[in-house]
Design a protein around this ligand. Structure first.
Ligand code: C2O
Ligand code: CU
Length: 513
């Protein structure tokens, strides 16, 4: 245990404090959050026909929409969400990024029993703080069927000034209507990743941020396109995982016809029929960008505009200018832009895949940008989390960690045996933490692929005053240390947010009361 703890926690131990969901510590923590006005919503997870802006597909969604209807609440509200399951298999809802009460976290067999077909479950919790979040099932790879929705938590004392707001949800539509992966995708993937994506700067930057943790510097994201497996969803379709996907979606029928997979979507629409967002020239727009994809990092730019990043994973950062942004699966950024006079493409480049999702910002009449327009901003190095600094209001005060949990990311494409420390997820195995400790998760990526690691129930801090986040990219052969305070008792997941990696075993549980 290289970085073993100075505290009593025994990382990897299979016994230790077990918090039964809803135990007294969990309710006490919730009481401290208070309970504001009740906001009630109802979601139905159902098989439906979805119009992706041209192609119609048969898949699963919340209430027949893709993305699901936006939930918008205010920090401090009590959210009561009834989830009705009309799917042919069990489901749950996970409120990605919220530091909520543990028993509402939506992890099957850990924080709740999965909701059986035909049954429903009522989630009820205090929404702790403002920001851009989203929800998705935590059962198998259902998220990748189309079950996701944005969750926007407004700030009752919003400090930012803006005229309009735009929520941009990115997705990769990979396995299509019949639940299998088309051969075209398989052969594209087995052919390997294209090198030299737009804006590429070559692999010389690999060593830039060293291997001592710190900031994953993905500037010139060719860093990733060089790397076998960056964005290679197809790995999920080899060996055991192909069965996994089939099992998750095998009940769906449909006509694949002549459609070309995968699709890349902005707000559920393909690049052929993009959403148009209108504003007036000179208006300040807040754009909330969410990567809900199962297996794709997106590099996002708004042609003709510079963005000012204000939030990472929902929490404020020191305002930072960016030409383009890189979002791994599960990550969110909020940006401000001042609208120009014209029609501009918002383009999300699927890293390593030479394909785009897009939308249009229009502030004047005139020709819409063509489908193949790639904004010059995309060719410049994208901003990544490591370059950001937490806003003082949310910065984690410096403190030596009491406990360090080493988590080696292990596995590979050949065996599709993704895991932590060489082991697949086992819900009976919990890494025991002590309440009140400053905890360091020390990720070491021993694989040839990058992984967006996600922690439930907390916002960790990236090193050196970096942003508070819940999801962060760990590049191949790199390490990343993130710190958080154990101040939200319960059993909490840590996992890769590549849904196929997670499902194959790259998940583990932390627990304390
Ligand atoms: Cu968005 Cu455990 O996931
Ligand atoms: Cu992964």
């Amino acid at each position: 245990a290289a970085c073993s703890s100075s505290g009593p926690a025994r990382p990897g131990s299979s016994t230790g404090p077990f918090v039964s969901p809803g135990g007294p510590e969990v309710t006490a923590a919730e009481r401290r959050r208070g309970s504001g006005p009740l906001r009630q919503v109802r979601l139905t997870a159902t098989e439906s026909t979805l119009d992706l802006g041209g192609p119609k597909v048969r898949s699963w969604s919340y209430d027949g929409r893709l993305p699901g209807r936006e939930l918008r609440v205010t920090a401090g509200d009590t959210l009561e969400a009834v989830l009705v399951n009309h799917l042919p298999e069990p489901t749950t809802a996970h409120w990605h990024g919220l530091t909520l009460r543990n028993d509402m976290d939506g992890v099957p067999d850990v924080t709740q029993r999965a909701i059986a077909p035909g049954a429903q479950f009522t989630y009820r919790f205090t929404v702790p703080h403002p920001g851009t979040y989203w929800l998705h099932p935590h059962t198998g790879v259902q998220q990748d069927r189309g079950l996701y929705a944005p969750l926007i938590v407004e700030d009752p004392k919003e400090p930012l000034r803006y005229d309009r707001e735009w929520v941009v949800v990115l997705d990769d539509w990979l396995d299509g209507v019949d639940g299998s992966t088309p051969d075209a995708v398989l052969s594209e993937l087995s052919a390997g990743m294209p090198s030299g994506a737009p804006g590429g700067r070559g692999s010389a930057r690999h060593g830039d941020s060293g291997s001592d943790g710190g900031t994953p510097d993905m500037s010139g994201a060719p860093d990733m396109t060089d790397m076998p497996g960056m964005g290679a969803m197809g790995t999920a379709t080899r060996g055991p995982s192909r069965m996994l996907m089939g099992a998750a979606s095998g009940l769906l029928g449909g006509d694949a016809g002549d459609v070309a997979y995968p699709y890349y979507l902005v707000n559920g629409r393909t690049a052929d029929d993009p959403q148009t967002f209108t504003a007036k020239p000179g208006e300040r727009l807040r754009v909330r960008i969410i990567n809900a994809g199962g297996d794709t990092a997106f590099r996002v730019a708004l042609g003709g505009h510079r963005m000012t990043v204000t939030h990472a994973d929902g929490l404020p950062v020191a305002h930072t200018a960016a030409d383009s942004l890189l979002l791994g699966m599960g990550e969110r950024y909020d940006v401000l832009v001042t609208a120009g006079d014209g029609a501009y493409p918002l383009v999300a480049l699927a890293e390593g895949k030479n394909a785009v999702a897009r939308a249009v910002l229009r502030t004047a009449t005139g020709e819409a940008p063509g489908k193949d327009v790639r904004p010059a901003e995309l060719a410049r190095p994208p901003l990544t989390a490591g370059r950001l600094r937490a806003a003082p209001s949310v910065a984690l005060p410096a403190r030596r960690p009491d406990t360090t949990v080493p988590l080696r990311l292990t596995g590979g494409m050949a065996g599709y045996d993704w895991g932590f420390n060489g082991e697949k997820y086992d819900p009976a195995r919990r890494i025991a933490l002590r309440s009140g400790d400053r905890v360091r998760l020390s990720f070491r990526n021993d694989t040839a692929m990058w992984h967006p690691v996600h922690l439930h129930g907390h916002a960790f801090a990236l090193p050196n005053g970096g942003p508070r986040k819940d999801t962060a990219i760990v590049l191949p052969r790199r390490t990343l240390d993130v710190d958080f305070d154990a101040d939200n008792p319960g059993l909490w997941m840590v996992h890769c947010h590549n849904v196929y990696h997670a499902e194959s075993g790259m998940m583990t549980l932390l627990g304390y009361r």
